[in-house]
Design a protein around this ligand. Structure first.
Ligand SMILES: *[C@@H]1O[C@H](CO)[C@@H](O)[C@H](O)[C@H]1NC(C)=O
Ligand SMILES: *[C@@H]1O[C@H](CO)[C@@H](O)[C@H](O)[C@H]1NC(C)=O
Ligand SMILES: *[C@@H]1O[C@H](CO)[C@@H](O)[C@H](O)[C@H]1NC(C)=O
Ligand SMILES: [Zn+2]
Length: 450
């Protein structure tokens, strides 16, 4: 209350005051653009502003990135992202991300957690993935409105390629294409996708085809333990999410849920990130009402601030490093597998020969495969990386250049081809059919939150 009064006075003092300090109000696309430009100008040594593309109506999809080296990826520095407002009428996450940016830039160099986060990782923030939907939304809206969709009436969280489903596809939207290209261009390690409509942290998979992943109604990924840990890190660092029941009848033990167990979701973004993008993503539902009154935003910030920070720190779980040849040259597209974790798509090194592998502390055996070489097997003891703001660093160095008869690990997945705008043509493997946008019918049922 005190804070609001202060902000109100500032507002009276100057009609442009919101630029100086971010107020607890909803900001439209133009205001966000002006704010982010101002941040990137004032804090140019550790931030950078870029756009990943445009919405249907031509609004830029702005990303503010923070890091010691904001302009480009550096070997050994993990890439993190937050995505807000994918559903245009779910607006709390959008404002939380603006306040997160405000908090990070103001506390860099002053607060040790913020400083270590920015120095040890590269943090990308997309406050709105669906600015057209936001502009078509208005409060009060607790349950559903058409602003959920993009301008073409497509639900963006049903518009991604889906490993588990074969169904006819509608066209891939520009917002979806922009995010897919973004995931392709940066080696993201960890991500969260902010929604509203209830309060819970939901983790992959969101879909299943009834195969071995389906265990007692849960669609379990090979990294189930890591996802449960990630979701709980958020829910327990949030002031109330872990209590699990805040929005009426739904209850979620620990404030977390497997996406599929909650309800089936086809073409979702988190499964795409995890399966195709090598990026662990969870879905955060932050408010019972999708579009609550602005006077609740200060409270939402208090509820989420510590959780947003603690979650980013998890980018340092596990192990990271490079796959190198005997001369120290990086080997791109080397397959880095953890025994007992059969990812649907093989996890491969990026163009710098780097890999990042989120794992809880413990002992794990790695198998690294490069065409024409004897596969390398190493057992590693992994400590608690987030505590020291760094994953364990380990490079796999291939000493022998002599070819062997062993071929590379069997390819189980082909990544989407991003050079084409046609979604159907963009997938190379025929067994990965896509489902795009069941949107309307499903969402109208009222069951859909994420
Ligand atoms: C950037 O600096 C200018 C000049 O000091 C100030 O008016 C503005 O409010 C600052 N913006 C942000 C977002 O910090
Ligand atoms: C909050 O997050 C930190 C990581 O920053 C984690 O160590 C801690 O266990 C979390 N708190 C709870 C209660 O889970
Ligand atoms: C991706 O699609 C484009 C256009 O359809 C094609 O020219 C290109 O060869 C494809 N790339 C791969 C890796 O298949
Ligand atoms: Zn949503």
């Amino acid at each position: 209350m005190f804070l609001r009064t202060v902000l109100h006075c500032l507002w009276i003092g100057s009609m442009t005051s919101w630029v100086r300090g971010l107020d607890f109000n909803f900001h439209d696309s133009k205001q966000i653009e002006v704010y982010l430009q101002s941040v990137s100008k004032n804090y140019s040594t550790f931030t950078n502003l870029y756009s990943i593309g445009k919405s249907v109506q031509g609004r830029e999809l702005w990303v503010l990135v923070l890091g010691k080296y904001p302009m480009e990826h550096k070997v050994g520095i993990p890439e993190f992202k937050y995505v807000g407002n994918m559903h245009g009428d779910e607006v709390v996450g959008r404002e939380m991300l603006l306040h997160l940016i405000d908090y990070l830039v103001k506390n860099y160099g002053a607060d040790s957690t913020v400083t270590r986060l920015i120095d040890s990782s590269r943090l990308h923030v997309l406050p709105s993935m669906n600015p057209d939907g936001f502009e078509a939304s208005a409060p009060p809206d607790c349950v559903f409105s058409k602003g959920r969709y993009n301008r073409n009436n497509v639900d963006l969280n049903r518009n991604f390629p889906d490993t588990f489903s074969t169904a006819a596809s509608s066209s891939m939207q520009p917002e979806t294409q922009a995010v897919m290209s973004w995931i392709q261009s940066e080696s993201f390690v960890l991500s969260a996708n902010l929604h509203g409509g209830t309060v819970v942290a939901s983790y992959p998979y969101d879909n299943s085809n009834g195969g071995s992943e389906l265990v007692n109604g849960v669609s379990r990924s090979p990294d189930h333990d890591v996802f449960v840990h990630l979701a709980k890190t958020y829910s327990y660092n949030h002031t109330t999410m872990h209590t699990g029941s805040q929005c009426g009848s739904l209850t979620f033990p620990d404030g977390i849920t497997n996406g599929y167990q909650w309800y089936t979701l086809i073409g979702g973004m988190q499964d795409y990130n995890y399966i195709w993008g090598q990026c662990f993503e969870i879905t955060l539902e932050l408010s019972c009402c999708k579009y609550p009154p602005a006077d609740q935003l200060a409270d939402f910030w208090q509820q989420n601030r510590a959780a947003l920070l603690a979650y980013m720190q998890q980018v340092h779980l596990g192990v990271k490093g490079q796959v190198l040849d005997v001369d120290g040259n990086p080997i791109p597209s080397a397959v880095v597998e953890v025994q007992g974790r059969n990812n649907i798509c093989l996890y491969k090194t990026n163009k710098h020969g780097e890999y990042y592998r989120l794992l809880l502390p413990g002992t794990y055996t790695f198998v690294v495969t490069v065409p024409g070489r004897e596969p390398m097997k190493r057992t590693l003891q992994i400590p608690n990386g987030p505590a020291s703001f760094s994953a364990l660093k380990y490079d796999f160095v291939f000493q022998s250049n002599s070819p062997t008869s062993d071929s590379v690990a069997a390819e189980s997945c082909t990544t989407a081809n991003h050079s084409s705008n046609n979604a159907a043509a963009s997938l190379q493997a025929p067994h990965f059919a896509i489902l795009l946008a069941l949107a309307g019918a499903v969402a109208m049922s009222g069951l859909v939150h994420s």
